[in-house]
Design a binder for this molecule. Structure first.
Ligand SMILES: [Cu+2]
Length: 227
């Protein structure tokens, strides 16, 4: 084989390798969940309502059996993502509809409701609550925690044997759930990791794998962006 022929074969193989790398990277980028934007068009100073749900199994997509969070987009659709863009210095009135069963907490400290320096007290099904004893009742299903903002909101579980237990998202309000409400104020800027602190990744090592370490399920980012 001539030298030129060898060079062109090597070149072609190199091009194929580069193409495969690019395709893999693109597939990975496309697989990350979408971002829901609550910042654009927001009127400065006006509080913003966020409605979120937690489900025992998402019921569709790549991991239908995984626990997950979903959020209601401004147009009313339930979106399977944990990446939320929010306006700065804004009170977020958060409603979490918790459709999953629960368990005792590994650390009772996580049973404490904390909503940051300017946050409001939390309510569970309309009644004020300061701490939940996860060794009682149906335990705690998940927490909504933003460590950097001092936000920790435990979400008490529902009866996993309830006739109207929700098995696939988006769950409806006629299915068994607990409603947790609270508010907190967003900082002027920054991107803040939030996550669940209940090791709810069933079938993974110590419950901390799978959905617990995958953006879109049990952790995400609250990103403050200018309106
Ligand atoms: Cu969880």
């Amino acid at each position: 084989m001539s030298r030129n022929a060898r060079i062109s074969i090597a070149g072609a193989l190199f091009a194929v390798a580069v193409g495969l790398v690019v395709m893999t990277v693109m597939a990975f980028l496309r697989s990350s969940p979408p971002t829901v934007n609550f910042a654009s068009g927001h009127q400065a100073g006006k509080p913003l309502d966020l409605t979120v749900q937690t489900v025992g199994s998402i019921g569709y997509g790549e991991h239908p059996t995984w626990v997950s969070y979903l959020i209601k987009a401004p147009d009313g659709r339930w979106v399977h993502t944990t990446l939320w863009d929010v306006p700065p210095n804004t009170r977020l009135n958060v409603t979490i509809l918790q459709f999953d069963s629960g368990s005792p907490l590994r650390n009772p400290f996580l049973g404490l409701y904390m909503t940051g320096p300017k946050g409001s007290p939390a309510t569970l099904n309309g009644k004020p609550i300061q701490v939940v004893d996860a060794t009682q009742g149906n335990g705690v299903g998940h927490t909504f925690s933003i460590p950097a903002l001092n936000v920790n909101v435990p979400l008490p579980g529902v009866d996993g044997n309830a006739k109207n237990f929700c098995n696939a998202a988006p769950c409806q309000t006629n299915e068994a759930h607990n409603t947790v409400q609270f508010s907190f104020v967003t900082p002027g800027s920054g991107s803040f990791r939030w996550q669940c602190f209940v090791p709810c990744g069933l079938a993974y090592l110590f419950g901390n794998g799978g959905p617990m370490q995958t953006i879109g399920y049990m952790d995400g980012f609250l990103t403050v962006v200018p309106a």
